[in-house]
Design a protein around this ligand. Structure first.
Ligand code: NAG
Ligand code: NAG
Ligand code: NAG
Ligand code: NAG
Ligand code: NAG
Ligand code: NAG
Length: 301
Protein backbone atom coordinates (compact mmCIF):
# COMPACT_ATOMS: atom_id res chain seq x y z
CA UNK A 1 0.00 0.00 0.00
CA UNK A 2 1.24 3.43 -0.91
CA UNK A 3 0.62 6.45 1.28
CA UNK A 4 1.20 9.86 -0.26
CA UNK A 5 1.85 12.52 2.37
CA UNK A 6 0.82 15.07 -0.25
CA UNK A 7 -2.75 13.74 -0.23
CA UNK A 8 -2.92 14.16 3.53
CA UNK A 9 -2.08 17.82 3.10
CA UNK A 10 -4.70 18.18 0.39
CA UNK A 11 -7.16 16.42 2.64
CA UNK A 12 -6.55 18.92 5.41
CA UNK A 13 -7.48 21.74 3.04
CA UNK A 14 -10.96 20.30 2.64
CA UNK A 15 -12.93 23.40 3.59
CA UNK A 16 -15.83 24.24 1.34
CA UNK A 17 -18.69 26.69 1.09
CA UNK A 18 -18.98 30.46 1.20
CA UNK A 19 -22.54 31.55 1.88
CA UNK A 20 -23.25 33.06 5.30
CA UNK A 21 -26.19 30.78 6.05
CA UNK A 22 -24.53 27.78 4.51
CA UNK A 23 -22.89 25.16 6.71
CA UNK A 24 -19.22 24.91 5.85
CA UNK A 25 -17.82 21.41 5.81
CA UNK A 26 -14.46 20.96 7.43
CA UNK A 27 -12.59 17.66 7.37
CA UNK A 28 -9.76 17.13 9.80
CA UNK A 29 -7.60 14.20 10.67
CA UNK A 30 -7.48 13.19 14.31
CA UNK A 31 -4.56 14.86 16.14
CA UNK A 32 -4.35 17.80 13.73
CA UNK A 33 -5.38 21.40 14.27
CA UNK A 34 -8.11 23.30 12.54
CA UNK A 35 -8.97 27.00 12.57
CA UNK A 36 -12.54 28.16 12.11
CA UNK A 37 -12.52 31.69 10.73
CA UNK A 38 -14.98 34.45 11.58
CA UNK A 39 -13.79 36.57 8.62
CA UNK A 40 -13.68 39.57 10.94
CA UNK A 41 -10.36 41.26 10.28
CA UNK A 42 -10.36 43.60 13.21
CA UNK A 43 -12.64 43.28 16.19
CA UNK A 44 -14.35 46.51 17.12
CA UNK A 45 -14.60 47.68 20.68
CA UNK A 46 -18.24 46.78 21.02
CA UNK A 47 -18.06 43.51 19.06
CA UNK A 48 -19.03 40.39 20.87
CA UNK A 49 -17.97 36.99 19.52
CA UNK A 50 -19.68 33.84 20.71
CA UNK A 51 -18.60 30.32 19.76
CA UNK A 52 -20.99 27.43 20.33
CA UNK A 53 -20.84 23.70 19.81
CA UNK A 54 -23.27 20.84 19.38
CA UNK A 55 -27.02 20.36 19.40
CA UNK A 56 -27.42 22.38 22.61
CA UNK A 57 -25.31 25.32 21.40
CA UNK A 58 -22.94 24.90 24.33
CA UNK A 59 -20.85 28.05 24.74
CA UNK A 60 -17.18 27.11 24.26
CA UNK A 61 -15.47 30.47 23.69
CA UNK A 62 -16.28 34.15 23.57
CA UNK A 63 -14.90 37.63 23.36
CA UNK A 64 -16.88 40.08 25.44
CA UNK A 65 -15.73 43.57 26.38
CA UNK A 66 -12.52 42.77 24.50
CA UNK A 67 -11.75 39.94 26.90
CA UNK A 68 -11.23 36.57 25.22
CA UNK A 69 -12.33 33.51 27.14
CA UNK A 70 -12.40 29.80 26.35
CA UNK A 71 -14.50 27.31 28.27
CA UNK A 72 -12.35 24.29 27.65
CA UNK A 73 -12.05 22.84 31.11
CA UNK A 74 -14.39 20.01 30.07
CA UNK A 75 -12.90 16.65 29.06
CA UNK A 76 -14.05 17.28 25.50
CA UNK A 77 -11.87 20.35 25.00
CA UNK A 78 -9.29 20.32 27.76
CA UNK A 79 -6.74 22.98 26.71
CA UNK A 80 -7.52 22.50 23.02
CA UNK A 81 -9.16 25.83 22.24
CA UNK A 82 -7.26 28.92 21.15
CA UNK A 83 -9.17 32.11 20.47
CA UNK A 84 -7.55 34.78 18.29
CA UNK A 85 -8.28 38.07 20.04
CA UNK A 86 -7.91 40.09 16.82
CA UNK A 87 -10.10 38.13 14.45
CA UNK A 88 -12.17 36.04 16.86
CA UNK A 89 -11.17 32.91 14.93
CA UNK A 90 -11.17 29.68 16.91
CA UNK A 91 -8.43 27.07 16.69
CA UNK A 92 -8.96 23.54 17.95
CA UNK A 93 -5.62 21.83 18.47
CA UNK A 94 -4.95 18.08 18.64
CA UNK A 95 -8.52 17.46 17.55
CA UNK A 96 -10.27 14.21 18.51
CA UNK A 97 -13.30 12.33 17.21
CA UNK A 98 -15.48 13.74 19.97
CA UNK A 99 -14.80 17.27 18.68
CA UNK A 100 -16.75 16.35 15.52
CA UNK A 101 -19.96 18.24 15.14
CA UNK A 102 -21.60 21.54 14.39
CA UNK A 103 -19.83 24.75 15.44
CA UNK A 104 -21.52 28.13 15.33
CA UNK A 105 -20.12 31.59 15.75
CA UNK A 106 -22.16 34.73 16.36
CA UNK A 107 -20.67 38.15 15.82
CA UNK A 108 -22.77 40.69 17.64
CA UNK A 109 -22.32 44.43 17.49
CA UNK A 110 -24.54 47.44 18.03
CA UNK A 111 -25.71 47.37 14.41
CA UNK A 112 -26.24 43.71 13.62
CA UNK A 113 -25.69 40.06 14.39
CA UNK A 114 -24.01 37.87 11.83
CA UNK A 115 -22.93 34.27 12.04
CA UNK A 116 -21.32 31.25 10.49
CA UNK A 117 -21.72 27.51 10.83
CA UNK A 118 -19.09 24.83 10.46
CA UNK A 119 -19.67 21.12 10.22
CA UNK A 120 -16.43 19.60 11.47
CA UNK A 121 -15.76 15.95 10.67
CA UNK A 122 -12.79 14.32 12.31
CA UNK A 123 -11.45 11.24 10.60
CA UNK A 124 -9.60 8.45 12.32
CA UNK A 125 -7.72 7.61 9.23
CA UNK A 126 -7.04 8.81 5.75
CA UNK A 127 -5.83 6.14 3.42
CA UNK A 128 -4.36 6.62 0.00
CA UNK A 129 -4.18 3.41 -1.95
CA UNK A 130 -2.92 2.64 -5.40
CA UNK A 131 -5.45 0.98 -7.68
CA UNK A 132 -5.11 -2.82 -7.56
CA UNK A 133 -3.62 -2.85 -4.06
CA UNK A 134 -5.28 -4.02 -0.85
CA UNK A 135 -6.17 -1.93 2.15
CA UNK A 136 -7.26 -3.02 5.62
CA UNK A 137 -9.51 -0.80 7.74
CA UNK A 138 -8.99 -1.65 11.40
CA UNK A 139 -11.61 -1.65 14.14
CA UNK A 140 -8.82 -1.66 16.77
CA UNK A 141 -10.54 -4.54 18.53
CA UNK A 142 -8.19 -7.39 19.30
CA UNK A 143 -10.91 -9.87 20.00
CA UNK A 144 -14.61 -9.61 19.24
CA UNK A 145 -16.85 -10.44 22.18
CA UNK A 146 -19.77 -12.80 21.75
CA UNK A 147 -22.34 -10.04 22.00
CA UNK A 148 -20.41 -7.56 19.79
CA UNK A 149 -22.02 -6.51 16.58
CA UNK A 150 -19.86 -4.98 13.83
CA UNK A 151 -21.36 -2.98 11.02
CA UNK A 152 -19.37 -1.65 8.06
CA UNK A 153 -20.90 1.05 5.89
CA UNK A 154 -19.86 2.90 2.78
CA UNK A 155 -20.68 6.18 1.09
CA UNK A 156 -23.09 9.04 1.66
CA UNK A 157 -26.03 6.67 2.20
CA UNK A 158 -24.19 4.49 4.72
CA UNK A 159 -24.76 1.42 2.56
CA UNK A 160 -24.17 -1.71 4.59
CA UNK A 161 -21.27 -3.62 3.04
CA UNK A 162 -20.27 -6.07 5.79
CA UNK A 163 -21.29 -7.10 9.27
CA UNK A 164 -20.75 -9.54 12.08
CA UNK A 165 -23.96 -10.36 13.86
CA UNK A 166 -24.42 -13.27 16.27
CA UNK A 167 -20.79 -14.15 15.52
CA UNK A 168 -21.63 -14.70 11.87
CA UNK A 169 -19.52 -12.64 9.46
CA UNK A 170 -21.21 -11.52 6.26
CA UNK A 171 -20.12 -9.38 3.36
CA UNK A 172 -22.52 -7.78 0.93
CA UNK A 173 -20.18 -7.56 -2.01
CA UNK A 174 -22.24 -9.09 -4.75
CA UNK A 175 -22.59 -5.61 -6.31
CA UNK A 176 -20.35 -4.59 -9.20
CA UNK A 177 -18.60 -2.12 -6.91
CA UNK A 178 -17.29 -4.86 -4.65
CA UNK A 179 -17.51 -8.14 -6.63
CA UNK A 180 -15.91 -10.42 -3.93
CA UNK A 181 -13.33 -7.81 -2.93
CA UNK A 182 -14.29 -7.68 0.73
CA UNK A 183 -12.71 -9.83 3.43
CA UNK A 184 -13.97 -9.53 6.98
CA UNK A 185 -11.70 -10.69 9.80
CA UNK A 186 -13.90 -12.64 12.20
CA UNK A 187 -11.51 -12.11 15.13
CA UNK A 188 -11.04 -8.34 14.96
CA UNK A 189 -13.88 -7.23 12.70
CA UNK A 190 -11.36 -5.46 10.43
CA UNK A 191 -12.29 -5.11 6.80
CA UNK A 192 -9.92 -5.73 3.90
CA UNK A 193 -10.65 -4.50 0.40
CA UNK A 194 -8.57 -6.41 -2.13
CA UNK A 195 -7.66 -5.34 -5.68
CA UNK A 196 -9.14 -1.93 -4.94
CA UNK A 197 -10.50 0.25 -7.75
CA UNK A 198 -11.21 3.97 -8.13
CA UNK A 199 -14.92 3.43 -7.47
CA UNK A 200 -14.08 2.06 -4.01
CA UNK A 201 -12.88 5.57 -3.01
CA UNK A 202 -14.97 7.23 -0.35
CA UNK A 203 -16.01 7.30 3.23
CA UNK A 204 -16.10 4.05 5.20
CA UNK A 205 -17.62 3.80 8.64
CA UNK A 206 -17.64 1.02 11.17
CA UNK A 207 -19.95 0.77 14.15
CA UNK A 208 -19.11 -1.51 17.03
CA UNK A 209 -22.22 -2.18 19.03
CA UNK A 210 -22.34 -4.08 22.30
CA UNK A 211 -24.69 -4.14 25.26
CA UNK A 212 -22.84 -1.24 26.92
CA UNK A 213 -22.11 1.22 24.14
CA UNK A 214 -21.74 1.99 20.48
CA UNK A 215 -18.40 3.20 19.20
CA UNK A 216 -17.23 3.86 15.70
CA UNK A 217 -14.51 4.87 13.33
CA UNK A 218 -14.38 6.67 10.02
CA UNK A 219 -11.98 6.21 7.14
CA UNK A 220 -11.51 8.41 4.11
CA UNK A 221 -10.14 6.12 1.42
CA UNK A 222 -8.71 7.63 -1.76
CA UNK A 223 -7.70 5.29 -4.56
CA UNK A 224 -5.13 6.51 -7.04
CA UNK A 225 -5.09 5.56 -10.66
CA UNK A 226 -1.86 3.60 -11.15
CA UNK A 227 -1.46 4.99 -14.67
CA UNK A 228 -1.75 8.61 -13.46
CA UNK A 229 1.78 8.40 -12.09
CA UNK A 230 2.98 6.90 -15.37
CA UNK A 231 1.23 9.67 -17.24
CA UNK A 232 3.06 12.40 -15.32
CA UNK A 233 6.29 10.49 -15.93
CA UNK A 234 5.53 10.41 -19.64
CA UNK A 235 4.64 14.11 -19.42
CA UNK A 236 7.99 14.98 -17.81
CA UNK A 237 9.84 13.05 -20.50
CA UNK A 238 7.74 14.74 -23.21
CA UNK A 239 8.65 18.18 -21.87
CA UNK A 240 12.32 17.18 -21.71
CA UNK A 241 12.13 15.88 -25.29
CA UNK A 242 10.45 19.11 -26.43
CA UNK A 243 13.28 21.12 -24.87
CA UNK A 244 15.80 18.94 -26.69
CA UNK A 245 13.95 19.40 -30.01
CA UNK A 246 14.02 23.18 -29.42
CA UNK A 247 17.77 23.06 -28.75
CA UNK A 248 18.27 21.07 -31.97
CA UNK A 249 16.14 23.57 -33.87
CA UNK A 250 18.14 26.53 -32.55
CA UNK A 251 21.31 24.60 -33.40
CA UNK A 252 20.08 24.14 -36.96
CA UNK A 253 19.12 27.80 -37.32
CA UNK A 254 22.55 28.83 -36.07
CA UNK A 255 24.20 26.27 -38.33
CA UNK A 256 22.20 27.46 -41.33
CA UNK A 257 23.10 31.09 -40.60
CA UNK A 258 26.77 30.28 -40.13
CA UNK A 259 26.83 28.08 -43.26
CA UNK A 260 25.04 30.75 -45.28
CA UNK A 261 27.57 33.28 -44.13
CA UNK A 262 30.35 30.86 -44.94
CA UNK A 263 28.82 29.86 -48.27
CA UNK A 264 28.59 33.55 -49.09
CA UNK A 265 32.15 34.11 -48.02
CA UNK A 266 33.75 30.82 -49.14
CA UNK A 267 31.12 29.30 -51.46
CA UNK A 268 30.63 26.14 -49.38
CA UNK A 269 28.19 23.53 -50.77
CA UNK A 270 24.83 22.45 -49.29
CA UNK A 271 26.36 19.04 -48.40
CA UNK A 272 28.56 20.67 -45.83
CA UNK A 273 25.49 22.35 -44.33
CA UNK A 274 23.84 18.91 -43.86
CA UNK A 275 26.92 17.65 -42.03
CA UNK A 276 26.74 20.67 -39.77
CA UNK A 277 23.12 19.80 -38.94
CA UNK A 278 24.02 16.20 -38.14
CA UNK A 279 26.86 17.33 -35.92
CA UNK A 280 24.45 19.53 -34.00
CA UNK A 281 21.98 16.70 -33.57
CA UNK A 282 24.67 14.37 -32.21
CA UNK A 283 25.70 16.95 -29.66
CA UNK A 284 22.20 17.32 -28.22
CA UNK A 285 21.32 13.62 -28.28
CA UNK A 286 23.23 13.25 -25.00
CA UNK A 287 20.79 15.33 -22.90
CA UNK A 288 17.88 13.45 -24.53
CA UNK A 289 19.22 10.14 -23.18
CA UNK A 290 19.75 11.77 -19.79
CA UNK A 291 16.19 13.14 -19.81
CA UNK A 292 14.83 9.66 -20.48
CA UNK A 293 16.66 8.37 -17.45
CA UNK A 294 15.00 10.92 -15.16
CA UNK A 295 12.60 9.09 -12.89
CA UNK A 296 9.33 10.52 -11.69
CA UNK A 297 9.75 11.04 -7.89
CA UNK A 298 8.05 8.12 -6.19
CA UNK A 299 5.34 8.42 -3.54
CA UNK A 300 6.46 8.00 0.04
CA UNK A 301 6.08 4.30 0.78
C1 NAG B 1 -11.32 12.51 1.49
O1 NAG B 1 -10.02 12.97 1.18
C2 NAG B 1 -9.95 13.60 -0.09
C3 NAG B 1 -8.51 14.00 -0.34
O2 NAG B 1 -7.63 13.04 0.09
C4 NAG B 1 -10.85 14.83 -0.11
O3 NAG B 1 -10.78 15.42 -1.39
C5 NAG B 1 -12.26 14.42 0.20
O4 NAG B 1 -13.09 15.55 0.29
C6 NAG B 1 -12.32 13.64 1.50
N1 NAG B 1 -13.66 13.13 1.68
C7 NAG B 1 -14.47 13.49 2.67
C8 NAG B 1 -15.81 12.85 2.70
O5 NAG B 1 -14.10 14.28 3.54
C1 NAG C 1 -4.28 39.79 22.35
O1 NAG C 1 -3.31 38.78 22.60
C2 NAG C 1 -1.99 39.24 22.60
C3 NAG C 1 -1.10 38.04 22.84
O2 NAG C 1 -1.57 36.92 22.18
C4 NAG C 1 -1.80 40.31 23.66
O3 NAG C 1 -0.48 40.81 23.57
C5 NAG C 1 -2.80 41.44 23.46
O4 NAG C 1 -2.71 42.35 24.53
C6 NAG C 1 -4.21 40.88 23.41
N1 NAG C 1 -5.15 41.93 23.10
C7 NAG C 1 -6.30 42.04 23.74
C8 NAG C 1 -7.17 43.17 23.31
O5 NAG C 1 -6.66 41.28 24.64
C1 NAG D 1 -3.53 14.70 21.77
O1 NAG D 1 -4.66 14.09 22.39
C2 NAG D 1 -4.47 12.73 22.76
C3 NAG D 1 -5.78 12.24 23.36
O2 NAG D 1 -6.87 12.57 22.55
C4 NAG D 1 -3.33 12.61 23.75
O3 NAG D 1 -3.10 11.25 24.05
C5 NAG D 1 -2.06 13.21 23.14
O4 NAG D 1 -1.02 13.23 24.10
C6 NAG D 1 -2.33 14.66 22.70
N1 NAG D 1 -1.16 15.17 22.00
C7 NAG D 1 -0.67 16.37 22.21
C8 NAG D 1 0.52 16.75 21.41
O5 NAG D 1 -1.17 17.15 23.04
C1 NAG E 1 -22.04 17.08 8.89
O1 NAG E 1 -21.30 16.20 8.02
C2 NAG E 1 -21.57 14.83 8.23
C3 NAG E 1 -20.62 14.00 7.39
O2 NAG E 1 -20.20 14.65 6.24
C4 NAG E 1 -23.04 14.55 7.92
O3 NAG E 1 -23.31 13.20 8.15
C5 NAG E 1 -23.90 15.43 8.81
O4 NAG E 1 -25.26 15.27 8.46
C6 NAG E 1 -23.54 16.90 8.67
N1 NAG E 1 -24.28 17.66 9.64
C7 NAG E 1 -24.81 18.85 9.38
C8 NAG E 1 -25.55 19.51 10.49
O5 NAG E 1 -24.69 19.37 8.28
C1 NAG F 1 -13.27 -17.50 11.76
O1 NAG F 1 -12.70 -17.85 10.52
C2 NAG F 1 -11.88 -19.01 10.57
C3 NAG F 1 -11.30 -19.20 9.18
O2 NAG F 1 -10.97 -17.98 8.58
C4 NAG F 1 -12.70 -20.22 11.02
O3 NAG F 1 -11.85 -21.30 11.12
C5 NAG F 1 -13.37 -19.92 12.33
O4 NAG F 1 -14.24 -20.96 12.67
C6 NAG F 1 -14.17 -18.64 12.24
N1 NAG F 1 -14.72 -18.30 13.53
C7 NAG F 1 -15.98 -17.90 13.68
C8 NAG F 1 -16.40 -17.55 15.07
O5 NAG F 1 -16.76 -17.79 12.74
C1 NAG G 1 -8.52 -6.54 -10.31
O1 NAG G 1 -9.62 -5.80 -10.79
C2 NAG G 1 -9.56 -5.53 -12.19
C3 NAG G 1 -10.79 -4.72 -12.55
O2 NAG G 1 -10.98 -3.68 -11.62
C4 NAG G 1 -9.52 -6.83 -12.98
O3 NAG G 1 -9.39 -6.53 -14.35
C5 NAG G 1 -8.35 -7.68 -12.51
O4 NAG G 1 -8.39 -8.92 -13.16
C6 NAG G 1 -8.42 -7.88 -11.01
N1 NAG G 1 -7.22 -8.57 -10.57
C7 NAG G 1 -7.25 -9.58 -9.70
C8 NAG G 1 -5.92 -10.17 -9.32
O5 NAG G 1 -8.29 -10.01 -9.24
Amino acid sequence: MLICKRSLILFLLGVFGADADEVKSVSVMEGDSVTLHTDVTDIQRDDQILWMFGPRDTRIAEIRNQKPNTYDETARYKGKLKLNNETGSLTITNISIRNSGLYKVEIINSKETSGRKFNVTVYDEVKSVMEGDSVTLHTDLTHIQTQDQILWMFGPRDTRIAEIRNQKPNTYDETARYGSKLKLNNETGSLTITNISIRNSGLYKVEIINSKETSGRKFNVTVYDASADNRSHVCAVTVAAAVVVLVVFIGIVVAVKQSRQRSHEEGISINHLNNDMRANRDEVSVPLAAANGVQHPPCIG
